[in-house]
Design a protein around this ligand. Structure first.
Ligand SMILES: *Cc1c(COP(=O)(O)O)cnc(C)c1O
Length: 343
């Protein structure tokens, strides 16, 4: 029985066509700025995100940390949702790398409220940390793949601008938000000083993220990337996969979203199962009525479905749809989950 892997959209494998693009890519030494494929990707992404420049980095975590490193000084504070990726899933990098601390807010499905952001900005006073950056995540992972309304992003950007803070948009799954909402990526990114995008999530590339912003910030980002050991040489072989992903795998994210909705509908008909959030993109958070998610996930694995405990509550399992699972896979997964949960 072939396992159906719904743990994350990071598990996708590069397709034959993507591998072909990687093999054919013209290459050079990117530390000298001479990799034509990396340069092409960076120009493409700067344009896509409406920024002057962009930088290819190893991971979404590296993009986030370089962005925060560029925008802060030690002792500064970053306003973000309590479920934000840099707070929960980056190994404590904010204090460890930059000496900065998060000021976490309780967003609705991870989405911040502009008035609460404004209220969290510290007054100028030597006792207080300096509020320096507002960080938002679109889509929001811990919020169940939730999508920011464009008006909310604009209102948060306006608060940040008016109060002299920078906005950083963690767009690891920005293209999911774009496809779900019809809002162009540059519109979501407009009020952000820096914005990132990940190629190895739903877009299906094996490695890499992009960080975009103005020329000065991206020059500084390049220095920090070097400092972190993330300056790579013939990385065009990876950038080629990212270009292929942007050219071929964006519009099809709608299929992942449809599949996630189908999965949510099917799961919600199982006894005791409740879907926690509105399914806007490719994630389904299912609560199994007080049962232990880790134990359930082990049963699902035996039955041929891979999923992860979601983590915010002990009875919630997270299912993520992606490029390598079809509608049939999703429906078959529901049958397997149904039988395994009933046992
Ligand atoms: C996955 C993810 C990242 C980056 O993760 P990497 O595994 O380091 O690429 C950043 N932000 C969000 C919201 C994510 O979901």
């Amino acid at each position: 029985m072939k396992p159906i892997d719904l743990r994350s959209d990071t598990v996708t494998l590069p397709s034959p066509a993507m591998r072909e693009a990687m093999v054919r890519a013209p290459l050079g030494d990117d530390v000298y700025g001479e990799d034509p494929t990396v340069n092409r990707l960076q120009e493409l992404c700067a344009d896509l995100l409406g920024k002057e420049a962009s930088l290819f980095v190893a991971s979404g975590t590296m993009a986030n940390q370089i962005a925060l490193g560029v925008l802060t000084r030690p002792g500064d504070e970053v306003i973000c949702d309590q479920g934000a990726h840099p707070v929960n899933f980056e190994g404590g990098a904010m204090p460890a790398l930059w000496g900065i601390q998060p000021r976490t807010l309780r967003g609705e499905r991870g989405l911040l409220d502009p008035a609460e952001v404004e209220a969290a900005i510290r007054p100028e006073n030597e006792h207080f940390p300096r509020s320096r950056v507002v960080e938002i995540e679109n889509t929001h992972n811990r919020g169940g793949g939730s999508v920011y309304p464009l008006g909310t992003v604009r209102a948060i950007a306006e608060v940040a601008r008016r109060r002299g803070l920078d906005l950083y948009l963690d767009g690891a799954r920005l293209m999911n938000a774009v496809v779900a909402s019809g809002v162009p990526p540059r519109d979501f990114a407009e009020g952000a000083t820096l914005v990132s995008l990940c190629f190895s999530k739903g877009l299906g590339a094996p490695v890499g993220s992009i960080l975009a912003g103005d020329r000065d910030r991206i020059r500084e980002a390049r220095r920090l990337r070097k400092r972190l050991g993330g300056a790579m040489r013939q990385s065009g072989v990876l950038a080629a996969a990212a270009i292929h992903a942007l050219e071929n795998n964006v519009a099809r994210l709608a299929e992942d979203h449809d599949n996630a909705r189908a999965l949510a509908v099917a799961l919600s008909s199982l006894p005791g199962v409740r879907i926690l959030h509105l399914v806007e993109t490719n994630m389904v958070f299912a609560s199994f009525a007080g049962r232990d998610a880790a134990e359930l996930v082990a049963r699902f694995r035996e039955a041929g479905v891979l999923a992860n405990p979601e983590g915010s509550r002990p009875d919630v399992v997270r299912f993520v749809t992606h490029l390598d699972v079809s509608r049939d896979d999703v429906l078959e997964a529901t049958r397997r989950v149904s039988q395994a949960a009933a046992r």
